[in-house]
Design a protein. Structure first.
Length: 229
């Protein structure tokens, strides 16, 4: 166990009062540092997407709130959240120009069809060379997001033991088909009391999680469209 881990455990043992969560966050910030917001040592979401893109996303969210669109994610532009424990981004080493990276992020974010995503990948290869792992992951996550919109899935959390899937407003376009899916023990899926779907799987690697999540969402999208599976 590292010194940092021991310090964190010590803090956890000492916090038992109301508001301990804030104190824990403050202590953790002191232990591991805030990072360099203007450099390359960012943490969390900022590190994953880059400071400039994170700032742009934050400014867009603030603008929507100021204009009275507090529920802007409930419109047709809602974006599913995908958590797979892997980097999905366009590295600066692949596309050095910041404005061009921002433009590519926007263009890729608008894709909703498998053929469009494949075409976008081919165009990136033609313009910048072979795709890095991060960009390949990004394109696959965009595909999973497209499937999520069809299946009305707002969040996918995948880990080594499977995935937890949250339906948007706890609704599924084809509830009868979903009941059949859950009722079949061979599918290894159950519904939690909070209506989240838990798929028991063995995904030891990020690649396995991405492939497995795509397979699950593909099936759910077909069910949502009343297609036979």
């Amino acid at each position: 166990m590292t010194d940092t881990a021991e310090r964190r455990l010590g803090v956890l043992q000492s916090l038992e009062s109301l508001g301990a969560g804030f104190q824990l966050a403050s202590h953790d910030l002191d232990i591991r540092g805030a990072g360099n917001l203007l450099g390359d040592e960012q943490s969390g979401h900022i590190r994953e997407v880059g400071f400039e893109l994170y700032q742009s996303m934050l400014e867009e969210a603030v603008a929507n709130l100021r204009s009275g669109q507090e529920d802007y994610q409930d419109t047709n532009e809602w974006s599913p959240q995908i958590s797979l424990g892997m980097p999905v981004m366009i590295p600066e080493t692949y596309v050095p120009d910041l404005q061009l990276r921002m433009q590519l992020y926007r263009q890729l974010g608008d894709l909703s069809d498998v053929r469009e995503i494949d075409a976008a990948g081919a165009e990136l290869i033609d313009r910048f060379g072979p795709l890095p792992e991060e960009v390949e992951g990004l394109l696959k996550v965009i595909l999973v997001k497209a499937l999520c919109r069809v299946a009305n899935v707002e969040k996918v959390d995948a880990g080594p033991k499977g995935a937890v899937i949250t339906l948007r407003n706890n609704e599924f376009p084809n509830p009868e088909a979903l009941v059949r899916l859950v009722s079949d023990v061979a599918n290894q899926v159950r519904i939690k009391p909070d209506q989240k779907l838990v798929f028991a799987r063995h995904w030891p690697t990020a690649e396995a999680r991405l492939k497995g999540a795509a397979a699950i969402l593909s099936r759910m999208a077909k069910l949502a469209e009343n297609a036979e599976v």
